[in-house]
Design a protein around this ligand. Structure first.
Ligand code: NAD
Length: 260
């Protein structure tokens, strides 16, 4: 049902972003994928998506800390497909450290990638979306858009921020046929989660098993990781006509985490 739509997905070379790409392409959407990947691997990924799903796919190496590169990515999408119909702001990184030891440059980078990049993509994509009178903006927030965990000051701040941006933009475009929502997953097993285990082991003086069971899954009443396919399926639903009245929401998919 998304044939001839163009979906731009930031941070889509891995994890949740790649699952969004698969799920949207499966519905026929053309793709602009993005992320940090060597050119050869990016080309393999791009051509693989085209042949697997029979859609057109472009790769943008835009660095989400660089406003001019972000604007270039949106311009590239519009030049190829006319307009960005579906914008998925998903790129994100994590760093785990007590605030007194949190590197200043890492704070700035997390705010830039996890929050400010969505401001840049949104402002660039909206004029053509508005002109078409249809659009879907989907931001990947987190359970950390609602609640905090220690040692994740930048990430929690950025995710609370993306919730505010989501609601604000939703109000601004409410009469333009554009919905703006965020999905707030709990712990999803992806490279982002896997990579924070060593730092959490250090920060909390724990074994890997203790981090998985006593830190990560302890917050999640289901005691199961959310899957990338489940997150992507919600994004697809948000693109349907049935979802046109859902806007300005932060939708938890967290195994009950934020119910507690
Ligand atoms: P991931 O590490 O698998 O993927 C991150 C993606 O972002 C990759 O494609 C990477 O190349 C890209 N990226 C990183 N820095 C970038 C930059 N400067 N410019 C462009 N792209 C960049 O992580 P993931 O777990 O799939 O996370 C995706 C999103 O989901 C993030 O916003 C994350 O905060 C959010 N999230 C993840 C979880 C989880 O448990 N994994 C839970 C809630 C929210």
């Amino acid at each position: 049902f998304l044939k001839d739509r163009c979906a731009v997905i930031t941070g889509s070379t891995s994890g949740i972003g790649l699952a969004y790409a698969h799920a949207l392409a499966k519905e026929g959407a053309n793709l602009v994928i993005n992320g940090i990947l060597p050119a050869d691997d990016a080309e393999k990924l791009r051509s693989g998506l085209e042949s697997e799903f029979g859609v057109k796919a472009l790769f943008s190496p835009a660095d989400m800390t660089k406003p001019d590169q972000i604007a270039g990515m949106i311009a590239q999408a519009e030049a190829a497909f006319g307009a960005v119909d579906i914008l998925v702001n998903n790129a994100g990184i994590q760093h785990v450290a007590p605030i007194e030891e949190f590197p200043i440059a890492t704070w700035d980078m997390i705010i830039a990638i996890n929050l400010t990049s969505a401001f840049h993509t949104t402002r660039a994509a909206l004029p053509k979306m508005k002109a078409k009178g249809w659009g879907r903006i989907i931001n990947t927030a987190s359970a950390h858009a609602f609640v905090a965990s220690p040692f994740k000051s930048a990430y929690v701040s950025a995710k609370h921020g993306i919730a505010g941006l989501t609601k604000t933009v939703a109000l601004e475009v409410a009469t333009n046929g554009i919905t703006v929502n965020a999905i707030a997953p709990g712990y999803v097993w992806t490279p982002l989660v896997e990579k924070q285990i060593p730092d959490t082991m250090k920060a909390r003086n724990m074994t890997k098993e203790q981090v998985i069971n006593d830190v990560l899954l302890t917050a999640q009443p289901t005691k199961e990781f959310v899957t990338v396919e489940q997150v992507a399926a919600l994004a697809v639903f948000l693109c349907t006509d049935a979802a046109k009245s859902i806007t300005g929401t932060i939708l938890p998919m967290d195994g009950g985490w934020t119910a507690a």
